[in-house]
Design a protein around this ligand. Structure first.
Ligand code: TPP
Length: 581
């Protein structure tokens, strides 16, 4: 009765859950990840009703990783991803994944189904509580890894809180937490609010301040003789890729990427020079970047693994840092001036520059690897992969040898790279592959394209989240998955305990898993095992395996030596080992 009276206050009353899912759909979300639970079941009824697809993950951690992967594909526009979990047990399982999204600036909306507001008020001794009547404890935990927490306990403010959460999620590119008590799901809010789309444009910089910063940057830029551009992850995460690209093309300045910036720039562009990561870089790259008289650093995240163990040798006196929150020119800080506006103004006002050219990387396999030895070595595989990849591929790598090997892979145009170099939770890549492959499938259907999603993960990492293969089969996804079978935690062996049993894993029959998860060979999946370079070559030429149109998920056991690692990893492991004592 009370609800009926309240709904009369609105011209177009709709249920809170309907409002929430319609808003998510408006910002481009087509699929919702998660796991059901009795506190979210009623809300789940609204997903299909509003034209959204329910993924149904095997567990909440995987759902969080998958949502992260999905978001990294959709944020090229202004999108995000969403997952639904249940109070306490479900949401806490997702926390590691959400923390990763927070750390790496990925916009994920985490919706948690709560017990009713009355049960909360009365402090009932309910399942999934700590048994102490505290219903705030889990949202307080999540507040540390969310840029907004919206508890929908009052229908009068629910629509505003939902709008605020989704907007903050996308603008700050970080997770948000929405608590939805089960009795609030059907309470009414004003549906007409949906006629006004959320404003997802970054607020413009103060023009006077922006002009000043642009002038300062241009002064140093026009004085420079051998500047370089260094692009990193935040250029991707904070949607500055177009501005970055325009600047690269117009300026003609040699451009390099940090490992987390892989995929941010067109690596087939003539001024692309390679991956810069201090001592982990190829020789020509390190020399060129470190001898520059000006480094234009766009969206840097100078973490240990991203800088090959803090081995950058770049002076702040020769650096201009562009960030989402401000610009730093040498030692002068200009807070509150977002890089997007500054970069596009610099490009439009740029005069003629005197520039020394940079090195041009190739995908050539090192001559030492061209021997008749058939072993699939890391030094051979990653450059070879660069020759095989296609434009627009999505390439996912995992914490382990693949995250470092990929430094040696020169991408064709428009490749999107996904990895979790800062947070580094193993198992992430397989979960993220499910989400990315789904987002790619949706985009392929919409744009009539044939993008491929390709995963490289270690055998050890795969064992943490292997069940997501089941979700991929269930959702008819067709990624190409390479399991690097090298008998255990090779990256850990290099850091400590080369021969110790704690770095071994049980050897699984990985190829048998798709069948165990209900996938039919030939119909849903195609499985392969390659042990020699020749077998890799044959696989790379197999048109069914290669094609983006192939409907089946492709699953490859890629056998590599247990003690082999990319050169960059060897250097990083050495410095990680030193920091651990
Ligand atoms: N647990 C989590 C959740 N995340 C971690 N990063 C670790 C443990 C520590 N760790 C980092 S890498 C790694 C482990 C255990 C081993 C990865 O081995 P594998 O996937 O086989 O990759 P390889 O180096 O052999 O390619």
């Amino acid at each position: 009765m009370a609800q009926d009276l309240r709904s009369q206050e609105f011209t177009n009353p709709i249920d809170i859950a309907e409002y929430l899912f319609k808003r998510l759909k408006q910002v481009g979300v087509q699929s919702i990840h998660g796991v059901p639970g009795d506190y979210n079941l009623v809300a789940l009824d609204y997903i299909a009703k509003n034209g959204l697809h329910w993924v149904g993950n095997c567990n909440e951690l995987n759902a969080a990783y998958a949502a992260d992967g999905y978001a990294r594909i959709t944020t090229n526009g202004k999108g995000c991803a969403a997952l639904v979990t249940t109070f306490g047990v479900g949401e806490l399982s997702a926390v590691n994944g959400i923390a990763g999204s927070y750390s790496e600036y990925v916009p994920v909306v985490h919706i948690v189904g709560y017990p009713t507001t009355t049960a909360q008020k009365n402090g009932l001794l309910l399942h999934h509580t700590l048994g102490n009547g505290d219903f705030h404890v889990f949202s307080k935990m999540s507040a540390q890894i969310s840029c907004a927490v919206s508890m929908l306990n009052d229908p009068h403010e629910a629509a505003v809180l939902i709008d605020n959460a989704i907007r903050e999620c996308i603008l700050q590119s970080r997770p948000v937490y929405i608590g939805l008590p089960s009795d609030m799901v059907t309470k009414k809010v004003e549906g007409d609010r949906l006629n006004t789309p959320l404003d997802l444009d970054f607020p413009p910089n103060d023009p006077e301040k922006e002009d000043y910063v642009v002038d300062v940057c241009l002064k140093y830029l026009h004085e420079a003789r051998n500047p370089v551009i260094l692009v990193d992850a935040c250029a991707i995460r904070h949607r500055a890729l177009k501005e970055t690209h325009d600047f690269i093309v117009k300026s003609g300045i040699p451009v390099f990427v940090a490992p987390m910036g892989k995929g941010a720039v067109d690596e087939s562009h003539p001024t692309y020079g390679g991956v810069y990561a201090g001592n982990g870089s190829n020789k020509g790259v390190q020399e060129r970047v470190e001898s520059a008289d000006l480094v234009l650093s766009i969206g840097a995240i100078k973490s240990d693994f991203n800088t090959a163990g803090f081995t950058y040798r770049l002076s702040q006196l020769k650096t201009i840092d562009f960030h989402s929150y401000g610009v730093t020119v040498r030692y002068s800080e200009y807070p509150g001036v977002r890089m997007n506006g500054v970069l596009s103004k610099i490009t439009s006002r740029l005069g003629k520059l005197n520039i020394e050219s940079g090195p041009s990387p190739t995908n050539t396999i090192p001559s030492t690897q061209n021997s008749s030895d058939q072993t699939i070595t890391q030094a051979w595989f990653w450059p070879r992969l660069g020759q095989w990849l296609q434009p627009s591929d999505v390439v996912i790598t995992e914490t382990g040898t693949s995250n470092f090997g990929i430094w040696e892979t020169r991408f064709p145009k428009d490749v999107t790279a996904i990895s979790q170099v800062l947070w580094g939770s193993i198992g992430y890549a397989t979960g993220a592959c499910q989400g990315a492959a789904l987002a790619v499938k949706e985009q392929n259907q919409q744009n009539n394209t044939k993008r491929r999603t390709i995963l490289f993960t270690g055998d050890g990492s795969f064992q943490l989240t292997a069940q997501e293969l089941s979700t991929m089969i269930r959702n008819k996804l067709n990624p190409i998955i390479f399991i690097l079978c090298n008998n255990g935690y090779t990256i850990e062996r290099l850091i400590h305990g080369m021969n110790d049993p704690y770095n071994d894993v049980q050897e699984w029959k990985y190829k048998d898993l798709p069948a165990a998860f209900g996938g039919k060979e030939g119909e849903d999946v195609l499985t392969y095992r390659v042990e020699t370079k020749e077998e890799v070559e044959k696989l790379f030429e197999d048109q069914v395996f290669v094609s983006g149109e192939t409907k089946q998920l492709r699953f490859v056991e890629l056998v590599m030596p247990w003690d082999d690692a990319p050169e960059a990893l060897k250097k990083v492991a050495e410095s990680a080992a030193k920091r651990n004592v």
